[in-house]
Design a binder for this molecule. Structure first.
Ligand SMILES: [Zn+2]
Length: 179
């Protein structure tokens, strides 16, 4: 059919636009983390075009190493749906998930993961390893990488630059000559 191709293209474009849109919502969450002096990672989970969970990294606030944005969002989404199976859901997260979060994504069977900034050292969605598509696990996710990459990475870069400045300032702060 002649109409197939343009229709598919439209769908792709729409998908792209909604990926950008939902990543924007994840970025808003990441900005909240930044303001709270947490590593700025934000996540939202979308079910049938609707956001059912929003979260940002709260490791410092909760003093809990497992309080990553994705973990908090998955728990929220499960209670919103009253089911631990999130197979109709998409996770949007500003940074490539770590092995812990990727493990949780596989257990909760999310259909798709969309992330912004890749993490070559610790990422588990193809960066350092790929747990989301690990052949012997009982679930594999679709992955879309690099959505609003510049903004997602920029937030992280700014945060760590600021941390270094703060550390420098606090080291020289006790020493009057500032040397
Ligand atoms: Zn994580």
């Amino acid at each position: 059919m002649n109409s197939d191709e343009p229709a598919a293209m439209n769908e792709l474009n729409l998908d792209r636009q909604s990926d950008d849109y939902f990543m924007g919502e994840a970025l808003r969450q990441a900005a909240k983390a930044f303001a709270a002096e947490e590593v700025p990672v934000g996540a939202v989970i979308v079910h049938q075009g609707r956001i059912i969970a929003r979260a940002y990294n709260q490791v410092e606030l909760l003093k809990d190493a497992t309080a990553h944005a994705e973990m908090l969002a998955i728990t929220q989404a499960e209670s919103a749906l009253g089911d631990w199976r999130l197979n109709e859901c998409t996770l949007y997260v500003t940074k490539e998930p770590c092995p812990m979060c990727a493990g949780a994504v596989v257990h909760a069977r999310l259909r798709r993961v969309v992330f912004g900034a890749p993490d070559a050292k610790g990422g588990a969605a193809g960066g350092a390893m790929n747990l989301l598509q690990f052949p012997t696990l009982n679930h594999q996710c679709e992955i879309t990488a690099g959505v609003r990459f510049e903004e997602c990475r920029g937030l992280l870069k700014d945060f760590f630059a600021q941390q270094r400045e703060n550390n420098k300032a606090s080291r020289s702060g006790t020493n009057g000559n500032g040397k």
